[in-house]
Design a protein around this ligand. Structure first.
Ligand code: DX5
Ligand code: ZN
Length: 215
């Protein structure tokens, strides 16, 4: 299956004191979406930002806002993130008691819904929602921080998911040109890269390189 490759930066690696400039930089580089990492200090050992920042980002861009909820009790905050202007909401299977219900709710609100799994979470755990979600976000680092090293044992999970799922498979964590190529070969088509893209002197060139990966 050859799906078009989409690439987007995680704004976690942006300069938050200059966010509108950073967003413009990403837009000019031709990214397909902006990946927004929401961390609560409970599910992951770090805190980032909440719906108010998403709302302000929404005012500055028409790019797809791909919101990755690394928070406990995501349902409690769903409405706030929808109102703020998210386009895609991805929740972690490890955080949801009734995943079928929650995915249904996200879709009924008119958004795209994603399910994510940590490196140590087996693929079978997401099986109940695989025929409902628009995307599967395969974590390729333990969530919590940008700038970590890609865990290559996650590649076999991507392959397994791709055999059963025709939607978007997104990879997140430690993505650069080399690891992106491995992930695309395994079946991923949506690439999140924080450090690699925001750290690049030529973001446009780096985005083009990612989107041009051939398998
Ligand atoms: C990790 C986040 C990632 C992270 C990616 O918990 O979900 O989106 O910011 O950053 P890099 O590309 O620097 O690994
Ligand atoms: Zn993320």
């Amino acid at each position: 299956m050859n799906k078009r490759i989409k690439a987007g930066p995680s704004i976690l690696a942006a300069d938050f004191s200059n966010l509108s400039v950073e967003i413009k930089r990403a837009e000019d580089a031709g990214v397909d979406f902006l990946h927004c990492d929401i961390m609560d200090g409970h599910f992951v050992p770090n805190i980032t930002f909440g719906p108010a920042i998403i709302r302000d980002i929404r005012k500055h861009t028409k790019l797809i806002l791909d919101v990755h909820l690394m928070i406990e009790k995501p349902r409690k905050f769903l409405e706030a993130f929808v109102k703020a202007g998210s386009d895609i909401i991805t929740v972690h299977i490890e955080t949801v008691e009734r995943p079928i219900q929650l995915i249904k709710e996200i879709k009924e609100l008119g958004l795209k819904a994603g399910i994510s799994l940590n490196p140590r979470t087996p693929v079978k755990d997401i099986a109940p929602v695989l025929n409902m979600v628009d995307l599967v976000l395969v974590m390729t680092v333990n969530p919590g921080f940008g700038g970590q090293e890609f865990i290559s044992s996650c590649l076999s999970k991507i392959k397994r998911i791709r055999r059963a799922f025709s939607g978007d498979i997104e990879v997140d964590g430690g993505i650069n040109y080399k690891t992106a190529k491995m992930a695309v070969e395994a079946g991923a088509n949506m690439l999140v890269a924080g450090t690699y893209l925001f750290g690049s002197d030529n973001m446009k060139g780096s985005v083009e390189k990612l989107k041009d990966i051939k398998v």
